[in-house]
Write a protein that binds this ligand. Sequence first.
Ligand SMILES: Cc1ncc(COP(=O)(O)O)c(C=O)c1O
Length: 409
Amino acid sequence: MAHIQDRSIPRVSPKAREYVGDVLDFGFHNAHSVGMTARLEQRFAERMGAKYGIAHCNGTATLQSALLAAGVGVGDEVIVPAFTVFSTPAAALQCNAVPVVADVDPETWTLDPEDVRRKITPRTKAVIPVSICGLMPDMGPLMELAREHDLIVIEDNAQGYLSEYHGRVAGAIGHFASFSFQASKTVTCGDGGILICRDPDLALKARRAATLGFRDLSVTPGDNVVDEELRCHPDYRRHCSLGWNQRLPEIACAVALAELERVEELVEMRCLCAEAFAEVVDRCDWLTPQRVPEGYRHTYWTYPVKIEREDVDWAEFRRTFTALGGDGFYGAYCPVHLEEVFENLTVAIRARPERYPQWTGNWPDYSPGLCPAWERIQPRIAMFKTNYFDTVEARRQAVVLEQTVRRFS
Ligand SMILES: Cc1ncc(COP(=O)(O)O)c(C=O)c1O
């Protein structure tokens, strides 16, 4: 572990104070601002290989706006992976569409294009591949399927800042890409998110979806407030389409912009922390890391491993790690189709079909067995934290992992 360089960076970018100061000095006005939202939207889109950015209050609302902009609604199906945060299927439910859950590849744990192919129906309108833990899915075949079946692809890159797929950065491939600024994420302002895309028509629809469907919005960065002259007039009919109110406060945009400006450093730090764990895992024949195929860049929002030995109890492993001074680690999220919300919705739809006309008749069976690969793997996953801002601390955690492994040998 000695070869991993010593690095330490501040937890919050020093620039954040300056930019927040700029917002506060300018003050809050109804129809104009110091331009922090515009700067964030523009810089973010440019850095992630897109043209338009639309800041949102979180990285779930972004997915919802993308689906609304793509015209996804009642009777439509949206394919999501079994390994993701519930935000991904929730966005489909919020649009009254049906989330169809596809399995993951047994080694990369990202969306399996073959299972997506099997689950496409004439009702499928969109696919949301997720850069889970910081590894992009196999986007080539997924985009091919999308072309064949006329599907909208929304990359969910909440965990995938600067991840790469054959030289293309996360955000540059799908019709849309979504990022989260939630507190655990690589770029954060506490809470927030951004949606990016390259198509001006989709970008405008997404901005309207995020800003009450105001007719006079444009794709111009920061254009999420309608001009005062227009708004004042009694004849003004403001709302041309259905949209929610998902704006990100300018104070938060200021922090997100400052963090975006050092995104390479933030990603490098996560990768160094992951490297410390990887050195230990590479020497252990019963811990398997997420496979990173040739041509991919993993950016380690977290460092996940699979505990291969059936005689090592997950909870006992964690207890040993924390008892030895480890920070703790997370289990992988329950396969989304087995979350209680689907069970409860199924009961509710059966009991009162007239209350749920949008789902009655085309509600899938979200039962065990739907995604066998992920159902088998998920209980055995340990996700180690990589959000240390000091490699000395990350190395200390890796040493504790090594001691933990020895206890089970
Ligand atoms: C994969 C994934 N998708 C979506 C989200 C939702 O982001 P947010 O918490 O900003 O709504 C998250 C973050 O929690 C995530 O990890």
